[in-house]
Design a protein around this ligand. Structure first.
Ligand SMILES: Cc1cc2nc3c(=O)[nH]c(=O)nc-3n(C[C@H](O)[C@H](O)[C@H](O)COP(=O)(O)OP(=O)(O)OC[C@H]3O[C@@H](n4cnc5c(N)ncnc54)[C@H](O)[C@@H]3O)c2cc1C
Length: 556
């Protein structure tokens, strides 16, 4: 005979030694390195909003939206039941709510709506926070944000569309933009025969009447990867007789009828599944020329630079969420008689991960500040150009292995879909591939040095701010210029150079702004060479507990 409480539930055991979920915590308040960066980089005027935002998105109900938006991936509806073309994508309501939250928080527009010091930094913080809940909203919101500098190149397009794009009222309806409360913008460059090499585009543009910037054209060709495909308009590249050119392609024509923007299918991606990335055919598709004819790359690069900034923000965010989960688990799980977070070898792993996460956060916030600086002083563009390439490369490269290591901290449960680790793991490689894959972004750094001789001195001058604080770091900095002394084989060495520049910048930023015990451990491991290939190889005199406590979200 079963006792009453055991009847019907097959209760064989009591669940114990399992953590509660990491939820109902303030993602902003519990992130010390982020808060310090917000203050340091002149964004304290956003403090109240960031606190409220961190509280709102850390609630259990909101965190669940990220799970739902991924579990129920978007579905393409090419036709209606009568056979008419629809070319629309349906998402789970959770995705719409996440998008609406990001737009209301001005993740897509803060620096454009409030052009004051610290606005890029504050926006970076919003992006970094929201992407911890679900990174799949990052891409479409980023592209809308990044489109604004490119749109502004063509005034007649900008006058009509920038107010729509910077609106804080998200409107998901597939109707003419003039009838909506807000619009989104995407980017359509990549084609089958060439993604990195965008000059290989086959799409052709022919003028409807008059030719030149702002004029009407018809585009015919295909686009092989179009993310945020539900956007209201796209910046697309196509060839005219005078070379690769940038065009503005809206989903609806000025008379309110549909443009010829045919969606073929959605990509079945490794991760980033809540974001709809599709393939598109253009057939006499109406467009307006943006920027000078034949100058498509320099025009759209205005957008690309901002999306590259966001790749670093997005991956720092993924890293932050992964290490938060790892720390939370280890703080609430015991093995062999002791809590994991108190065991020496696990402390080494967690401290090492904490260092990496703090370095990524600090770097991406410095990148965002560089964009603020350019608005005050055009000379700051030399550093901004270089730090965009270096920061994008390094943060995106570090994320995948980092997330795997965090996953391992959770043991078997970390490999199970019910927690968010698999989602973070699948998300982690995307930004390294998108918007300049590793090699391409490394070569871009070399191109920047070649085209603008002031980029390297500007970057080295930034590093010099930390001189005199640590002999090991000074010695590392002394050797850096030598990397560029001989051009022989420099292309082959480009990744190695990127790595050194990134580590130097992270170390100098931590030296200047983080507690001594953080900078010391980072320099000892990443600069002075006492670091293995895996995490958990910090030297034994490291301030493990202090480093962990600084980064761990305190939820108890
Ligand atoms: C999830 C996702 C979303 C995307 N969304 C969009 C979008 O919205 N809009 C859009 O236009 N595109 C989008 N893309 C496409 C993306 O930008 C391209 O995949 C990327 O630029 C690489 O181009 P490719 O795929 O043609 O690869 P390739 O250009 O064939 O590159 C393959 C590899 O070769 C390397 N390589 C290239 N040239 C060189 C060289 N000279 N020297 C050494 N190595 C080199 C690259 O680094 C890469 O590792 C998306 C991609 C993904 C995965």
């Amino acid at each position: 005979m079963l006792t009453e409480e055991r009847q019907g539930v097959y209760q064989t055991h009591e669940v114990k030694n399992q953590p509660t979920p990491l939820e109902n915590y303030n993602l902003y308040l519990e992130d010390q390195p982020l808060r310090e960066a917000v203050e340091r980089h002149h964004a304290s005027w956003m403090e109240d909003r960031l606190r409220a935002f961190g509280e709102h998105i850390g609630r259990a109900e909101f965190l669940e939206l990220g799970n739902l938006a991924n579990k129920f991936s978007p579905v393409l509806q090419t036709h209606d039941r009568f056979g008419n073309r629809r070319d629309e994508v349906e998402f789970h309501p959770a995705y719409y709510e996440l998008m609406g939250t990001g737009i209301a928080a001005e993740m897509h527009a803060l620096p454009w709506n409030r052009p004051e010091r610290g606005a890029h930094v504050a926006r970076a913080a919003i992006h970094y926070l929201l992407s911890q809940v679900e990174a799949g909203v990052g891409c479409p919101i980023t592209m809308s944000f990044a489109s604004v500098p490119a749109l502004r190149i063509q005034l007649e397009v900008a006058d009509e569309w920038v107010p729509r794009v910077t609106s804080t009222k998200y409107d998901r309806r597939v109707i003419p933009a003039a009838e909506k409360t807000g619009s989104m913008i995407g980017m359509a460059m990549t084609e089958k025969q060439g993604g990195s090499d965008v000059r290989a585009n086959d799409t052709r543009a022919v003028p409807v009447g008059a030719e030149g910037p702002g004029q009407e054209y018809l585009l015919t060709g295909h686009k092989w990867f179009v993310s945020g495909i539900m956007a209201d308009a796209f910046l697309a590249t196509a060839h005219t007789d005078n070379g690769l050119t940038c065009f503005f392609v809206p989903k609806f024509l000025p008379d309110g009828t549909k443009n010829r923007f045919f969606m073929l299918r959605l990509k079945d991606k490794v991760g980033n599944r809540s974001n709809a990335t599709g393939e598109v055919e253009l057939l006499d598709t109406w467009a307006r020329m943006v920027g000078e004819e034949g100058r498509g790359v320099p025009t759209i690069i205005e957008m690309v630079n901002h999306t590259r900034l966001d790749c670093a923000i997005g991956m720092a965010s993924v890293m932050r969420q992964a290490v938060s989960q790892a720390m939370h688990y280890c703080a609430h799980r015991a093995a062999f008689g002791n809590t994991l977070i108190d065991q020496p070898l696990m402390q080494n792993v967690l401290a090492d991960l904490a260092l990496e996460s703090e370095a990524a956060t600090t770097l991406m916030m410095r990148m965002a500040q560089a964009y603020d600086e350019v608005r005050e002083d055009p000379e700051a563009r030399h550093f901004a150009r270089m730090v965009t390439a270096v920061g994008k490369y390094w943060t995106c490269k570090r994320a995948p292995h980092f997330v795997f290591e965090c996953m391992e901290c959770l043991g078997g449960g970390g490999y199970v879909e019910e927690c968010n680790m698999p989602r973070l793991y699948r998300e982690a490689p995307v930004c390294a591939i998108w918007e300049g894959s590793g090699n391409v972004i490394s070569l871009d750094m070399l191109r920047a040095l070649h085209k603008d001789p002031q980029t390297l001195p500007a970057f080295l001058a930034e590093l010099d701010h930390a001189r005199g604080g640590d002999k090991r770091l000074d010695a590392f900095l002394d050797k850096l210029p030598g990397e560029f002394a001989g051009l022989d084989g420099i292309e082959t060495r480009a990744r190695r150079i990127m790595e050194k520049l990134a580590l130097a910048l992270q170390a100098t930023l931590l030296m200047r702004f983080a507690p001594d015990y953080v900078a010391d451990a980072f320099i000892a491991s990443r600069i002075a060479g006492d670091h293995g290939h895996e995490y958990g190889t910090l030297p034994k005199n490291t301030a493990f507990r202090d480093i962990i406590d600084r980064v761990r979200p305190k939820t108890d």
